[in-house]
Ligand binder design. Structure first.
Ligand code: B12
Length: 305
């Protein structure tokens, strides 16, 4: 069967979680003008969304705790090993061989990422959206990098939604030092530190709170009880093993004085190709602030999960 072959391909390319969702519009998607609201804008005869998650819980550097090194995030580091899109390509190729159309959602932050992946993952049965707005999986916490394919293949789709298990828990909202989660389940993009580190306006208080963060912030994720078991002791997946073998050299790359010396060309050829969406000038600014924070002994905001 088509779906069995897709699951087999997913296993062989290192995908940890897979689900099939109906390709109907996401009428609750807040960005009204976005083509992410309706999969049929990207593929008029769309029937199914294939949602894939890759566990990234093991992608951390011990040096993140050292203020002399730049800190990023698991999602950021995942860019070294996988573009979440890559493991989807053999699945899309297989569907096309079988005579179907298949459009892959890329992982960029612009409109090229044609699916609202958190909403699609919920619909596919992979988990529920937490108060930090991220997808929570019982097995993988928030540490699934998501990708998706829109296809006209009519695959049996998930019909049972995971119940929301956040209940009274409010730890992510309380942990966010920027107040970006004042409204539960809705991230205020302008206030989110991850966003501020990518754009020109970096609020004054963020300069201290960021400590050695040069890209991205995981404070709300570190506070989430569903991530507790992954923080100290990540699952031993194929990705985690690959990561451990390859990462030592990259850890050294993040030594702040080294990052500060990167020219724009060197940045583009290394970190710039990671789909992080951070222009050189803002990344370089973040590095200089992190260096200043280190000099002044400002550790930035930590979380105590
Ligand atoms: C734009 C974007 C960002 C922007 C804006 C974030 C935002 N507002 O969603 C910025 C740069 C800030 C960002 C930051 C991060 N991102 Co981002 N981002 C995206 C992107 C490209 C689109 C998300 C989007 O459409 N947002 C728009 C708003 C409208 O969508 P939303 O948050 O889903 O909003 C819904 C909820 O508010 C909900 N809602 C409202 N009220 C209620 C009430 C209830 C009860 C419920 C249940 C829901 C609910 O309805 C809204 C739908 O309209 C996706 C990739 C993709 N194609 O989906 C990745 C993605 C969502 N990001 C991801 C990640 C990991 C992050 C970071 C953790 C990275 C980091 N370490 O710094 C942070 C997360 C901070 C956080 N708490 O969310 C992952 C999430 C994986 C997961 N397990 O959920 C994705 C899927 C990327 C990927 N390939 O895996 N991101």
């Amino acid at each position: 069967m088509l779906s069995d072959e897709i699951s087999r391909l997913a296993d062989s390319t290192g995908i940890d979680a897979l689900g099939f969702a109906e390709a109907s519009p996401f009428s609750n998607y807040a960005l009204r003008d976005s083509r992410r609201r309706d999969p049929k804008i990207s593929l008029p005869n769309a029937k199914t969304i294939i949602v894939a998650g890759i566990y990234i819980g093991g992608l951390t550097f011990p040096a993140w705790e050292n203020p002399k090194y730049g800190r990023t995030s698991r999602l950021y580091l995942s860019g070294f090993f996988l573009d979440v899109v890559k493991p989807l390509e053999p699945i899309a190729a297989y569907l096309r061989e079988e005579g179907f159309q298949a459009v892959v959602c890329d992982s960029s932050s612009d409109e090229g990422s044609i699916l609202p992946l958190k909403l699609a993952a919920v619909r596919a049965g992979l988990g529920w959206q937490g108060k930090h707005s991220l997808l929570i999986s019982r097995k993988y916490g928030t540490f699934l990098a998501l990708g998706g394919i829109i296809t006209d293949a009519d695959l049996a789709h998930n019909t049972e939604l995971e119940p929301n298990r956040c209940r009274e828990c409010d730890r992510c909202r309380q942990a966010c030092p920027m107040g970006a989660l004042d409204q539960p389940y809705v991230l205020d993009r302008k206030k989110c530190l991850s966003n501020s580190l990518q754009v020109e306006e970096l609020p004054e208080e963020a300069r201290v709170i960021m400590g050695n963060r040069v890209a991205d912030c995981e404070i709300c994720q570190e506070a989430c009880p569903w991530n507790k078991k992954h923080l100290g002791n990540p699952l031993d997946t194929a990705m985690t093993k690959k990561f451990q073998r390859q990462m030592k050299a990259w850890e050294e790359f993040f030594y702040l004085p080294h990052l500060a010396e990167l020219s724009e060309k060197e940045y583009i050829e290394t970190l710039g190709r990671l789909n992080t969406g951070i222009p050189y000038e803002f990344f370089h600014r973040n590095v200089l602030i992190a260096l200043e924070n280190e000099k002044r002994g400002r550790k930035g905001r930590q979380t105590n999960p």
